[in-house]
Each structure stands twice: as structure tokens, then as C-alpha cells.
Write a protein that binds this ligand. Structure first.
Ligand SMILES: [Zn+2]
Length: 703
């Protein structure tokens, strides 16, 4: 008897596995995509990329771009192009100011006294020369300035003409040591991004960048081990003389973007755009050679299957772009005709890490609440099919096909599980630009995080798992194919799936809302307002998510049955919140914010000027347009005025979303409520204050 039950359970679970990709693809379609997807091909392409030091607007970046262009042509993409965008530190692409190019001929650092020792050589190990280092030929004493990014680090020290040893943020050390106090250059062991494993491996050399807009300075990057030994010797009174020789120039240049397409049947129906970023230091295997070779693999899979007729040609065109991070994206989006055709983005930034080596989890990342979209649920569903298949295989060794391994033909992929989840919006790559409100192309953002070797000389091919590349290549191809094919009829039949997802998210929010309602630190009236606000914003977000699907596929934007299901669910949660907060002493018939009648809350901001968010890796629009004194007064960015924001390190997320929620209709109070639901309650004055700074910078007007 037990045996019969077990057998039928096994049958059931096998059936679940083969059907799990539905409702988006048939089993046959999924199997075709899965069998075509390959982990060895992207792994070999990655082997080539990891030999290049791919700093934007340099010769080696362009060599990487040429390689991608050649492979894209070979794989059968259509209209493969390489486009150059001039950069000079001033030209704008959208709101973003372009940066500068960098040409390097040589860079060597020697200890010349008392030992004779090579500390770094660009020719063999380019990561050891910080980006945007300038020409120099100096023999000078080494001075330890500690962190080196604070004024106090220089009290009582004469660094003029000397080389400083520092582990603070490199551009800040440059501003103080070199520009202000006249040091010749820097030797840096600035630590890598903080993770639980930070500092354990003391041999890592981190990638460093100086501020390209500063006229002088050079920096060499060394490991923690080397730096500690130099520090110990200096503290013991030893005089250490170094010789730095750099031949390099910072100046105008060009960014290169490579693109290609798989044409759809209906050019008017818009395009799906795949992106990655092709730049970063050698080896840069996971960040982000992996994303570049994996969107290329998704492209190859789709070209093969669509070209051979195994899959019907979708109506929307699939576009693929390889360029420098954020900058290449903003430059490409500056073509208004292209931007207006793009409907959905699939962005891959670090997708190949073996989680047992680089400690990563693979995240399917939601769009921000300002841009609710169905795209995440589709990507998450496919990730779950692979995750379930891999977990089942790991437990009993059966059904290796469902685990999507790259051990076929003796390839070196692992049999690892697929450690994958879905996380809220997180900033830090090109998806920030796609998701921002004036671009509004919702992004399926796929990423590994953490990665203990990010931005170091240890981000090598040996951290990469061909099995993972195959899985993510498949995930990218399947998601893009569904986005490209969706029509009105299909999307209506998919609604029940999406409503169920929305109901699950609302239920999770209701648990947060109950915690707010119960929070003894909150006044009962405030608790009532914030808890109900969370449900209200969550409901709006889910209704907008459903609407995004219907509008995308050409249906009418509302479905009364679906919306009623969500509204009823929210009403139940609301009544529990009402009962609980009233029992705690909340007064009145409706929850009301303390600031509801304030003048500031009723103002309506309107966006003016160019497209794009306000923050880029090499440009901060507010900083560029306001004085440092004015910047220091912005409450949202001032850690002393808002210690809570600093603690959660979320000022930038709030700032990004405050601007995104500006649509010419929402009041400051409504924007405050929207960002408070997403990231936690924020005083309305902080929102008004930030928007006032944006007004002074010419980015918004009051209606
Ligand atoms: Zn990256």
C-alpha cells in the first residue's frame, strides 16, 4: 500500500516537472529550448573575453566588442553592428554626462630601496594599474596615510612629492593626497565589496579607479598581504623608496556598442532587448563576461530554433546589445526611434558563478514599485522549473535532463543545485536605466549576489560553472521568446496564473502590515495609516502588474474579475488592520496621515528635461548642477538629518523612486506614501525637500 502511494506520488512529481514550464510554453517547446541551450559554447567564448582588460573606451574593450560582433554574425543574428559614441566629459546622453577615454602604454611599480622588487606591471597584470592613472616617472618615499580619504589622515604628514599608501576610496584619496596635498601618486589596498567572507583571502588584488576628471595622479593596486607588510616595515622606521613609471593618457574617446537582432514578424509590435555590460577589468569572468556570453547563447538558441522552424517566429523583434555598463545603455537609448520600440528588457550582470566557489545566489530581481510589470513572474517561473529539476536530480540522480546540466559530451559543468530566488528591486546595473520612469522599459534583471571575487583578479574562469551558463542561457531564451510571442488571446488565458502570483504577494504584504499595526513603538493612529497604506500601495501595484500584461499584449487594460479578486482580498486584510489598530486606540472613521493637510504634501511635481535617472556610475546629476553647500543640505542624502536612512543605506533607493514616481499627477504626499510602502515610512518633508533640490537643478517643476 505504502509502495503504491509512493509510486503515484513519484508519478505525480514527474508530471509536475515536465509540465512546470506551462502555462507559458508547451512541454515540446521547453524541451527544444533546453536541448539546444549549451553551457560549453558560452564558457569557451568567456575564455576569450577573460584575456582582455575591458575598461570602457580603451583598445582592449574594442577588441572584446569585435569578438562579440564576429560571434553574433557567425551565430546568424541579423543587422549586426558596431556603433561608436563620442565621449569628452561633457557630451550628454540623456541626463548623463559622458566620461573619458584612457590610453595606456606602460605602468610599472618597483620597490627600489631597500629591496629591489616588482610590485606591479601593467603588461602582465593590468588590474594593478588603477583606471585613469596619468603619466608619471617618479622615485619617491612611501608614506602610510591610513585610510587616506579623510583630512585627519594628513595631519602632521608631509606627502608632497611622495607616494602614499592608503586603503580608502581611491578617488577620494586622489582628491586629498594628490590634488590637495601634492602627493605624486597612490599605492592602494582598498578592500573589495563587503561580504561575510571579506578579508579572508589576503592575496586578492582589487580593481581601482581614479577620477578621470582630475588632471593628475596615478595609483597601483596591491593585495592586503603586500600592504600589511609595507605598513609593518614603515611603522618599524624603515625608509621605503618606490619607483613608479606610467605612460598613459586620459582624454576624449569613444564608447562602442555592438548590437544585432532576430527579426519578428510584426515590426509595429515593439522589441525585446537583451543587455549585459561588456566592460570590467581582466579577468572579469563573472562580472560581466558571463552576462555577455550568456545573452549571446540565448541569441544562438533562438536563432537556431526560429531559423529552422522548430519554434514559430515570434511577432516582436529580439534585440541584443553589448556595451559599457550604464554608459553604453544610455548612449544607445539616446536614439529616440530605438527607445520608443523597446518594450521589455532582459539584463544579465553576473550569471555564471559556481555558488560553492564564489558564494553567490542567483537572483531574479523584481522591477521597482514605480514600474510594476508581469516580466518578473515569467522569468521567475522558468527559474523555478530549472531549480526544481536540479533539486530533484540532486536528491536521487534521476532525470538529469530536467536538471539542465552541462555534463553532456564530457563537458566540465557541475551537477550542482540551482541556488535561485526572487528578490525585490536592487540597484547597481543597467536595469536602473531601463526601469527608470522616463525610459520605462521593465527589466528582467538576472544576477549573482554576492560574489566574493567581484572586481578582483580572482574573478576568473575557474569560478564559472558551464552548467549554470546553460541554465541561465535557457532561462533568457525562454523568457525572451515568451515576451516576444505574447498576444492578447494568450495573455487573457494567462491571467489566472498572474492573479495567483499577485494574491501571494498581497498575502505576504498583509503579514508586514499586521506587524506595523501591532508595532508598540508606533502611535495607534500612525500604525493604522502606515499599515493601510502598505496594503493600498500593494493592491495598486498588483492591479498595475496585471494591467501591464494586458496593455503589453494589446488587450484592454482592465479585467474586472481579476481586479475584484485582488480588491476583495485586500478588503479582508484591511478589516483585520482596522480592528487591531482600533483596539489599540486609533480614532476616526478612516486612517489619516498627520501631514495630510500640510501645504507641502499637496504640491504636484512635473518632470522636465532629458530622460534617465539622476545617478550614474560616473555622474551624479544633482551634484553636477548644485553647489556642495546646497547638496549638503538635502535631508534625504544627509546622514545626520536622517540617521535611519543611513542605517538602512537606502537613501539612493528612495531618491531613485521619488523621481520615478513623479508623473505630473501624484502629489508630494502620494509620492511619500508610494516610497514609504516600498522602503519604509518616510517623513513627507524629506520627500518635499528632495524634490525642491531637483527643482533647483532644473529637473522638475511644480505644477
Ligand atoms: Zn557588473
Amino acid at each position: 500500500m505504502l509502495r503504491t502511494i509512493l509510486c503515484s506520488l513519484l508519478l505525480l512529481s514527474a508530471a509536475t516537472l515536465t509540465l512546470a514550464q506551462q502555462p507559458f510554453l508547451s512541454s515540446e517547446q521547453w524541451v527544444k529550448l533546453r536541448d539546444e541551450a549549451n553551457g560549453a559554447a558560452p564558457y569557451e567564448n568567456l575564455r576569450y573575453l577573460t584575456r582582455l582588460h575591458r575598461v570602457p573606451a580603451t583598445a582592449e574593450f574594442d577588441k572584446a566588442a569585435q569578438f562579440i560582433q564576429q560571434q553574433a554574425k557567425e551565430y546568424g543574428l541579423t543587422d549586426v553592428q558596431s556603433e561608436q559614441f563620442p565621449i569628452d566629459g561633457k557630451t550628454q546622453y540623456g541626463l548623463m554626462r559622458s566620461y573619458l577615454g584612457w590610453t595606456v602604454e606602460a605602468g610599472q611599480l618597483w620597490e627600489v630601496r631597500p629591496q629591489h622588487l616588482l610590485l606591479g606591471d601593467w603588461a602582465t597584470d593590468p588590474i594593478r594599474l588603477a583606471d585613469y592613472s596619468h603619466t608619471a616617472d617618479v622615485e619617491a618615499a612611501l608614506v602610510d596615510v591610513g585610510d587616506g580619504s579623510h583630512e585627519a589622515d594628513y595631519t602632521g604628514k608631509d606627502v608632497r612629492g611622495k607616494i602614499v599608501l592608503a586603503d580608502g576610496v581611491l578617488a577620494r584619496v586622489q582628491a586629498l593626497a594628490v590634488i590637495k596635498y601634492g602627493a605624486a601618486g597612490i599605492v592602494s589596498d582598498m578592500p573589495n565589496q563587503t561580504t561575510a567572507w571579506s578579508g579572508l583571502d589576503r592575496t586578492i588584488v582589487r580593481w581601482g579607479h581614479l577620477d578621470a576628471r582630475q588632471p593628475t595622479g596615478f595609483a597601483f593596486m596591491i593585495s592586503l598581504d603586500t600592504a600589511e607588510s609595507l605598513r609593518t616595515r614603515l611603522h618599524a622606521g624603515e625608509q621605503i623608496a618606490l619607483h613608479a613609471k606610467v605612460k598613459a593618457e586620459v582624454g576624449p574617446g569613444q564608447w562602442t556598442d555592438v548590437s544585432g537582432v532576430i527579426p519578428g514578424t510584426d515590426p509595429a509590435s515593439g522589441e525585446i532587448v537583451y543587455s549585459c555590460h561588456l566592460d570590467h577589468p581582466r579577468p572579469g569572468a563573472n562580472d560581466n563576461g558571463s552576462g555577455c556570453v550568456t545573452i549571446l547563447e540565448s541569441a544562438r538558441v533562438l536563432v537556431q530554433l526560429i531559423g529552422s522552424g522548430a519554434l514559430p517566429r515570434p511577432k516582436r523583434t529580439l534585440r541584443f546589445i553589448w556595451g559599457p555598463e550604464v554608459e553604453g545603455t544610455m548612449a544607445y537609448l539616446s536614439h529616440p526611434d530605438v527607445r520608443s520600440r523597446l518594450r521589455v528588457n532582459i539584463h544579465m550582470d553576473m550569471v555564471g558563478g559556481d555558488p560553492f566557489k564564489n558564494k553567490s545566489i542567483f537572483h531574479v530581481t523584481e522591477t521597482p514599485w514605480s514600474l510594476p510589470s508581469f516580466v518578473t513572474d515569467i522569468g521567475a517561473a522558468f527559474a523555478d522549473v530549472i531549480r526544481t529539476g536540479a533539486a530533484s536530480y540532486a536528491s536521487d540522480g534521476a532525470s538529469p535532463e530536467a536538471a539542465v546540466l552541462e555534463t553532456r559530451a564530457g563537458e566540465q559543468g557541475t551537477r550542482n543545485q540551482f541556488l535561485a530566488d526572487v528578490t525585490p528591486y536592487s540597484a547597481g546595473s543597467d536595469h536602473d536605466d531601463y526601469d527608470s520612469s522616463t525610459v520605462a522599459i521593465p527589466s528582467l534583471y538576472l544576477r549573482d549576489w554576492p560574489d566574493i571575487y567581484i572586481h578582483t583578479d580572482h574573478d576568473t574562469l575557474s569560478q564559472i560553472d558551464p552548467t549554470k551558463l546553460r541554465r541561465v542561457g535557457l532561462l533568457g531564451a525562454a523568457s525572451g521568446y515568451v515576451y516576444a510571442s505574447l498576444d492578447a488571446e494568450r495573455s487573457r488565458s494567462l491571467l489566472p496564473f498572474f492573479v495567483a502570483q499577485s494574491e501571494m504577494r498581497l498575502a505576504q504584504l498583509s503579514q508586514q502590515a499586521q506587524q506595523i499595526a501591532e508595532n508598540p513603538k508606533l502611535d495607534p493612529g500612525d500604525a493604522w495609516y502606515e499599515a493601510r497604506n502598505l496594503i493600498r500601495q500593494g493592491l495598486q501595484r498588483e492591479i498595475a502588474t496585471l494591467s501591464s500584461l494586458l496593455v503589453f499584449s494589446g488587450s484592454s487594460p482592465h479585467d474586472a474579475t481579476a481586479e475584484k479578486a485582488l480588491t476583495d482580498q485586500a478588503a479582508t486584510f484591511n478589516s483585520w488592520i482596522d480592528n487591531r489598530t482600533k483596539a489599540r486606540g486609533a480614532q476616526g472613521t478612516e486612517p489619516k496621515a498627520r501631514w495630510a493637510d500640510a501645504q507641502a504634501a499637496r504640491k504636484v511635481p512635473v518632470r522636465v528635461g532629458d530622460f534617465g535617472p539622476l545617478n550614474y556610475q560616473n555622474d551624479d546629476v544633482l551634484k553636477a548642477r548644485l553647489t556642495p553647500e546646497r547638496m549638503a543640505k538635502i535631508k534625504l542624502l544627509d546622514s545626520e538629518a536622517t540617521p535611519l536612512l543611513n542605517e538602512h543605506n537606502s537613501s539612493e533607493l528612495y531618491a531613485y523612486e521619488i523621481v520615478n514616481f513623479v508623473d505630473g499627477k501624484r502629489t508630494v504626499g502620494e509620492i511619500r506614501d508610494a516610497v514609504s510602502a516600498e522602503y519604509g515610512a518616510l517623513p513627507v518633508e524629506v520627500v518635499e525637500d528632495y524634490l525642491s533640490a531637483c527643482k533647483e537643478a532644473g529637473l522638475i517643476q511644480w505644477k
